[in-house]
Design a protein around this ligand. Sequence first.
Ligand SMILES: NC(=O)c1ccc[n+]([C@@H]2O[C@H](COP(=O)([O-])OP(=O)(O)OC[C@H]3O[C@@H](n4cnc5c(N)ncnc54)[C@H](O)[C@@H]3O)[C@@H](O)[C@H]2O)c1
Length: 667
Amino acid sequence: MKVAVIGAGEMGRGIALVFASSKFEVALEDAFPQALEKAKAYIEENLKRSVEKGNIKKGEDQEILGRIKFTSSLEEAVKGVDIVVEAVPEIVNLKQEIFEKLDKLTPENVILATNTSNIKISEISKNVNHKERVIGMHFFNPANRMKLVEVIKSEYTSDEIFNKTFEISMQIGKVPVKVLKDSPGFIVNRINAPDMLFFCKIIDMGIAKPEEVDAFAKEQGLPMGPYELMDFVGLDVVIHSMDYYAETISPEYRECNFVRELVNKGFLGKKTGKGIYDWSSGRANIPKAEPTDKVSLMDLFSIEINEAIKLIEEKVAVPDDIETAVKLGLNRPFGPISVAKSSTTAEIKKNLEDLASRFKVKVFEPTESIKNGKMKELLNIKSFQEESKEKPKEAQKSIGTVSEAKAVRRYETLYIEKMENYVAKLVLNRPKHNLINTDLLNDLEAAIKELWEDKEIRVVIITGSNENFSAGAELSQFIPGMFDFVEYSRKGERVFKLLQEIPKVVIAEIKKYALGGGFEMALSCDIRVSTPDAQIGFPEVTLGLIPAWSGSQRLAKLIGMSRAADLILTGRKFTGKEAYEMGIVTHVYDNDKVDSETIKLAESISLGTSPIAVALAKRLINRGSEISYDNGLEMESLAAGILYGTDDLKEGISAMLQKRKPEFQGK
Ligand SMILES: NC(=O)c1ccc[n+]([C@@H]2O[C@H](COP(=O)([O-])OP(=O)(O)OC[C@H]3O[C@@H](n4cnc5c(N)ncnc54)[C@H](O)[C@@H]3O)[C@@H](O)[C@H]2O)c1
């Protein structure tokens, strides 16, 4: 596939790199040759660092770079493309002009996407004849690292273009969310907008100093405080957005005097060396200060929940997508939806009423559903529209096929690749080493149930994206109390037990890390394979925890109490090779062969064995370890009796006599 990226600035260069890394041919166009030179240097530097860090192999950097053509001719750039992504400055007229040209230069089936942060997509497509192909594809900065892409539908965008853009976003390794309406700020910027107003007011009203609030934010674990972040992004950009929200959401957004004055004086933040803070050294020189007690996290959560609920009321996005977008777009461990789920509506309502009266800001007033006590109902919405009546529930998660060879079923945190020969790959797909959280457990539960019913699948390989299995549970997840933690533990145990129960063979393909919860997931599978240098283990006790998703029980059953005690009580990590020696994994494959060898192993089972015999044998092995020997034997003879009546047994025996490969039907 081929993409043209228009505008080679801060965003365009990163977007070009993302596409090229996913094997797209890329034309990166900019009206200014210096911008192209800078973009090329940035991309080269970035690729060099990726090689140094071992993220890509040596040589791959040149291949990726070779896929990018740098050009200052729009006509050249768009020749033969499937999709165009525009990333020129946030100026309506400029974007309209470019889209008018793009409409004339490209056939009507080409997707025309804009990376605008704020402007309505329908406004950008004003002069376009085929408005149905214009769509928002909002990347986050830095585009090559941030996983989120907001895919935005205008009132004209066709479903086909919307779905295709969503699919392409996944193909380039992003996590897309659906913005179903062309609404100011889409999801992340919209939820952030009242936060910005709040921080403007804090200063304008003299409630606290920037450094006191930033100290508070850092105390809460944020990498940057809100004012440092404003300086970093650019105060002109902040004011530009606030003015836009003043026009489109509420005039109150114009009230940001302190920042506006700095902009008027030309103090724009990091880029001018001075903003709220002094940046002359290249870093913010933040005066030392005590964290303020005038701001509470619950104030901010309440404001964000209010805005999230407005987005649901306006049918802009569903709760799950809002949660994902805020987590990935703002680098947070959890978003407003999970906080809303663990708070009472009355508590949020009261906070918002207090904030609205304290700051005299109507934007903070609780929205209708919070006022009427209906917040919780909205949090459970999975889809708007009566489309759910037409489509079965599961099908809504499906995005169809990404290539002819494989069908892909997509969940938020994982995907299932249905392959040939009765094999499916269940791929964990979360940023930062596929850490396991509630979302992943929920998706895993749904995915296992889906595979359970699928007669076309006999063997499931569980692995992770980014050459990694899973580094364990996401420890920063918001869990309100002790009892919630008990339930969280039970949830993991329940979901992992499904892996043991599913009547198919499940293979864990361990790469890079299988730690804590990741190791527990692998232990719940029937067979484990690993790369020799994978890092495996239960580090829980070194954190003051225990393996609490069944690991404390499963490991001893597998390798005996003595060895399990050594591994669990020391928390030490061991390699895939050592795991093989201990009998935890049964095959060790080199890193470059592990994917293909695991598929071969899976196919040797899926094509060479009767699925009924395998399912019954699996049950006997698992149950046999829990019941008496005599009861085990009883189960065994009954299972053998069941098999005696199957077509698979007849097929197995006649294939052996005829010296051919059996073709088992699972009957
Ligand atoms: N910077 C961010 O954090 C961020 C994040 C998400 C979205 N966005 C959006 O992405 C878009 C681009 O932002 P940016 O930060 O990359 O801006 P930028 O100023 O860094 O880059 C814009 C590039 O467009 C080029 N350009 C200007 N006119 C052009 C034309 N007629 N044809 C081709 N190229 C032209 C410029 O030379 C420049 O290199 C904006 O719409 C912005 O709102 C930015």
